[in-house]
Design a protein around this ligand. Structure first.
Ligand code: COI
Length: 355
């Protein structure tokens, strides 16, 4: 339990909550009433505060706009039947945020500031947590470089913020993905493991080309040979071949997904065989052709468990088994949801109660 800290709050004069259609929530379009802010002056984080959600004003010379020192996280808050707000594994996000910060030459944010800022914000905007099946309050912590200077160097000043918004599913149906062999998301020694804006910016053009061919996402392959699968960009990749759950290791090029890790833990607890190792595209295609690939899915905070309907490789679309027959991914999605919504006992200590 993280000790609470005093965070001054300026409340919004009028809530926007009545303008929201909670029956039709999409991902990432609506934001709650308040946001948490802290500023770094070159030495320490200070001026922690919660203010009404509002636009930022900044000089056109602000460093983040030019050189991309910008990192973020994504996590979710849920409501249980007793109307309490629950957040899933926020300590893991705080730790991953700081790994991203170090790689991007940005200051770390203490777990205290991260978790207390998050807790106070979610508590204040608790009414924004939707309660329909498949919905949650998405929490977006991020940090940007704020020096007004256009020489290339690490900024000395930074802003850390958290805002939230009610969300529905990130993918509304099973996804069709294309194995990408021309473009590269990340190479060893680069920034692939870090949740930095540039990783996502670089993925947009190849993803757009794939979307024009009818695919929802890419499966990135290794930068050297394009032989081994990496991640999908918005999620980690997991497969069930025969009776084994497989996923590539999180290396320097793959984000260390918290949903991925939670799924591995549950699978192991259930006695399922798991293998964390390099997986070649050839192995996947062979497994599909031999009917040994039972399930394929993406795992991520926003995406949760996103069933993969088809995988395209070298111009051929491979249709995968029907989603309703997928025993493991459907079971693990339900088990995770039961923990997140407080319907099952939290034996792993994954849930932080906010109030
Ligand atoms: C998340 O899963 O929360 C992410 O940050 C992925 C995102 C780019 C939507």
């Amino acid at each position: 339990m993280v000790p609470t800290m005093e965070i001054p709050v300026t409340r919004a004069s009028q809530s926007k909550i009545n303008q929201v259609d909670f029956q039709n929530i999409q991902f990432g379009k609506v934001y709650s009433d308040h946001m948490f802010i802290a500023d770094y002056d070159g030495k320490q984080w200070s001026d922690l505060r919660i203010e009404p959600f509002a636009d930022l004003t900044m000089s056109p010379a602000t460093s983040v706009l030019h050189y991309g020192q910008s990192i973020f996280e994504g996590l979710k808050a849920y409501k249980n039947e007793a109307d309490e707000a629950l957040v899933f594994r926020p300590d893991r996000n705080a730790a991953r945020f700081n790994k991203s910060a170090v790689r991007m030459c940005m200051p770390e944010v203490s777990e205290d500031i991260f978790l207390n800022g998050l807790r106070e914000l979610v508590k204040l905007d608790k009414d924004w947590i939707p309660d329909r099946v498949g919905t949650s309050l998405y929490v977006r912590p991020f940090m940007i470089a704020t020096d007004e200077y256009i020489g290339v160097r690490p900024s000395q000043t930074y802003r850390f913020m958290i805002f939230t918004g009610p969300v529905g599913a990130y993918y509304s149906k099973p996804v069709r993905v294309k194995v990408e062999k021309q473009f590269v998301r990340a190479a060893e020694g680069g920034t692939g493991f870090s949740k930095t804006a540039g990783n996502y910016a670089g993925s947009l053009y190849p993803a757009q080309l794939a979307a024009q061919e009818g695919y929802d996402q890419l499966i990135w392959t290794d930068a050297n040979e394009h032989k081994y699968i990496e991640e999908a960009g918005t999620m980690n990749l997991m497969l069930v071949i025969d009776d084994t759950l497989l996923t590539p290791p999180t290396s320097g090029t793959i984000l260390d997904g918290i949903t991925r890790e939670s799924i591995l833990t549950l699978a192991q607890d259930w006695g399922m065989k798991t293998e964390v190792r390099r997986i070649s595209v050839k192995e996947i295609i062979q497994a599909i052709e031999q009917n040994r690939l039972k399930e394929a899915f993406g795992a991520g905070t926003a995406a949760t468990v996103a069933h993969i309907q088809a995988i395209a490789n070298d111009g051929i679309d491979y249709e995968l088994p029907p989603v309703e027959n997928r025993e493991f991914s459907n079971k693990v999605l339900k088990a995770l949801d039961d923990i997140k919504y407080g319907r099952a006992e939290d034996t792993q200590g994954w849930v932080m109660k906010v109030d």
